[in-house]
Design a protein around this ligand. Structure first.
Ligand SMILES: Cc1cc2nc3c(=O)[nH]c(=O)nc-3n(C[C@H](O)[C@H](O)[C@H](O)COP(=O)(O)O)c2cc1C
Length: 256
């Protein structure tokens, strides 16, 4: 148990891998770990696409702007929030009229949560077994190209890639926000700017001293930069293309 805790606290993203493929036996366990996660109403609304084709890997690496850590990973998966399986199932059982019910924001939320839980389960297993990982949200830089490349059907949303492999270099662990800033009791708490100032000083030291890509910044400044302008504004256009609907529906049914 303590070993798992140590592994979780030692997490840092790996962006440089040894030239060594992850063996099938390990990949089998990675997938089993992912699939063992909780799933809202047991919908299991995700697919994992392992990308092996070097041409596809190169294209994805380019779209995601992650030089050297997609194509050179020991294995690379794309995690897809997937309600197409359920659309097929409804059609198969002559309930195609119910496909409407999986186009909603709620269904999409369920699928995104399920997919993310599966991915993090895979990550936890990988890291506990000395593999390094990096999530690749950069695939959403061009959702249309990714969907085209992977033949993604309606009611699917490629959320992120996951590079896994044997680390060549490991980055220093980044200190997280103080727990007091994240955890409150009984009701929501506003930001404690004194705590935050202390955290900014810690992160400023980290960014100034880390072994590569040193920067004069801190966490708050990073967030100001991040939210300076809207990002990936065509995500909604993509989701509409995929069949999701962003309007209110009048009926309601019990929720989990
Ligand atoms: C959903 C998600 C998408 C991410 N996408 C990228 C990415 O496209 N490229 C990249 O280099 N890192 C990516 N990361 C890694 C984050 O930058 C990293 O987790 C964060 O800076 C914290 O650093 P650490 O993981 O080393 O602790 C992503 C992380 C998450 C959770």
């Amino acid at each position: 148990m303590e070993q798992l805790f140590t592994s979780l606290l030692n997490h840092s993203s790996v962006r440089s891998f040894q030239e060594k493929k992850v063996p099938d036996s390990v990949k089998k366990n990675l997938v089993a770990a992912a699939q063992s996660g909780s799933s809202s109403n047991f919908v299991q609304a995700y697919s994992m696409i392992e990308i092996r084709d070097p041409k596809r890997l190169a294209l994805i690496e380019d779209i995601a702007n992650c030089p050297g850590y997609v194509a050179n990973a020991g294995v690379f998966y794309i995690f897809v929030a997937d309600l197409n399986r359920h659309a097929q199932l409804l059609a198969h059982y002559d309930q195609a009229d119910k496909i409407e019910n999986l186009k909603t924001i709620e269904s999409l939320t369920v699928a995104i949560v399920d997919t993310t839980i599966a991915a993090q389960n895979m990550v936890n297993y990988a890291e506990a077994n000395d593999l390094g990982i990096c999530y690749i949200g950069g695939i959403r830089n061009d959702l249309f190209k990714i969907a085209d490349l992977l033949d993604l059907p309606s009611y699917t949303f490629p959320l992120f890639g996951l590079s896994i492999g044997y680390p060549k270099n490991k980055n220093q662990v980044k200190k997280r926000l103080p727990a007091e800033e994240i955890v409150s009791i009984d009701s929501y708490q506003a930001v404690n700017f004194d705590l935050l100032e202390n955290y900014n000083q810690q992160t400023a030291r980290y960014y100034a001293q880390r072994s590569s890509n040193q920067q004069q910044t801190d966490w708050s400044q990073k967030m100001l930069d991040y939210f300076r302008s809207p990002r990936r504004v065509d995500t909604i256009t993509f989701l509409k293309q995929q069949g999701f609907i962003f309007t209110e529906t009048s009926e309601n049914s019990p929720i989990e």
